[in-house]
Design a protein around this ligand. Structure first.
Ligand SMILES: Nc1ncnc2c1ncn2[C@@H]1O[C@H](COP(=O)(O)OP(=O)(O)OC[C@H]2O[C@@H]([n+]3cccc(C(=O)O)c3)[C@H](O)[C@@H]2O)[C@@H](O)[C@H]1O
Ligand SMILES: Nc1ncnc2c1ncn2[C@@H]1O[C@H](COP(=O)(O)OP(=O)(O)OP(=O)(O)O)[C@@H](O)[C@H]1O
Ligand SMILES: [Mg+2]
Length: 249
């Protein structure tokens, strides 16, 4: 038993209920990836709205393991879920966009990869909102404090949500909550990944570990090199944490 975290979990569940009531909504929906952040959120929404919560497993040319683990998360939480595969739609969109762009001039494979990856996150966001609109549910995001601070999310993709119940948690705290909430061990042991391309891991892409980001956010002294990476990510992604700018006349 971890009393400190249990109290915060209970408060977050009450907060989710208040948000739904305050919005005049009926329930909550989350995308389930097979990763730990969405596993924690899946358990929170089930506890907040046992009969009005749903998880969506949305593979887009994803590894089968993501679907297997996503299903294990939903089943362990007794959360209602649906699997919708958008691999074909994504491929069609990317092929058309690439074709048109290549007519306008050369485009690097690096930028095509980023574009392809972020489109996955935005297709998922559109799907989750389609369900939320139809059911009068709110869309629940899964960003933790490290991701919000570094802007490590797709603008209007996984960043496009109504509520952020775990955005105040360090990544290490997400692990504590996962254990308290009974998230299956196989999910807790997976390396964090956006799953946007083969073999992607968050820490490799960012060039800094979650442990370092957590220490930095907790106000501890960390090596200058890591500090620079974190601050640079934070500065470059400021626009993602704000409303679009409007000119002043
Ligand atoms: N200064 C500025 N003012 C206003 N807008 C600005 C801007 N700079 C760029 N932009 C806009 O923002 C766009 C770039 O932002 P964005 O589209 O988000 O793309 P970007 O930040 O380049 O890529 C998203 C990153 O988040 C990672 N990610 C995504 C999804 C999930 C997860 C995960 O952990 O699961 C991680 C992904 O691996 C990648 O590293 C630009 O194309 C431009 O439209
Ligand atoms: N295949 C997917 N199906 C449904 N939702 C997804 C899928 N992939 C990503 N998402 C959504 O995008 C969010 C952002 O992904 P992110 O990788 O940050 O979190 P995670 O996978 O839950 O945890 P971890 O950081 O440990 O990988 C997920 O939490 C989930 O809500
Ligand atoms: Mg993930």
């Amino acid at each position: 038993m971890d009393q400190f975290n249990d109290i915060r979990i209970a408060k977050t569940i009450e907060w989710l209920k208040d948000q739904v009531n305050g919005a005049g909504a009926k329930g909550l929906v989350v995308g389930i990836s097979g990763g730990i952040d969405s596993a924690v959120v899946a358990n929170l929404i089930k506890r907040a709205h046992p009969n009005n919560s749903i998880g969506l497993i949305l593979p887009i040319s994803s590894q089968q393991k993501d679907v297997v683990d996503g299903t294990a998360v939903a089943e362990a939480a007794s959360l209602q879920y649906q699997i919708i595969d958008f691999s074909e739609i994504h491929r069609t969109m990317i092929n058309k966009v690439t074709h048109v762009l290549q007519e306008t001039g050369p485009i690097t494979t690096h930028f095509l990869k980023i574009s392809d990856a972020n489109l996955r996150a935005r297709l998922r966001m559109s799907t989750i909102y389609a369900v939320a609109n139809a059911m009068n549910y709110l869309v629940v995001g899964t960003d933790n404090a490290a991701e919000v601070y570094t802007g490590y999310f797709t603008k209007y993709g996984d960043g496009g949500v109504d509520l952020l119940p775990i955005a105040g948690l360090l990544k290490s705290e997400v692990y504590h909550w996962a254990e308290e909430l009974g998230v299956p061990k196989q999910i807790i042991e997976r390396a964090p990944s956006a799953g946007l391309w083969e073999g992607q891991t968050d820490e490799d892409e960012m060039g800094v570990t979650y442990e370092m980001i957590d220490q930095f956010l907790a106000g501890k002294v960390i090596p200058e090199k890591e500090k620079m990476i974190i601050q640079s990510m934070h500065d470059k992604t400021r626009h993602k944490r704000q409303m679009p700018p409007i000119p002043e006349w």
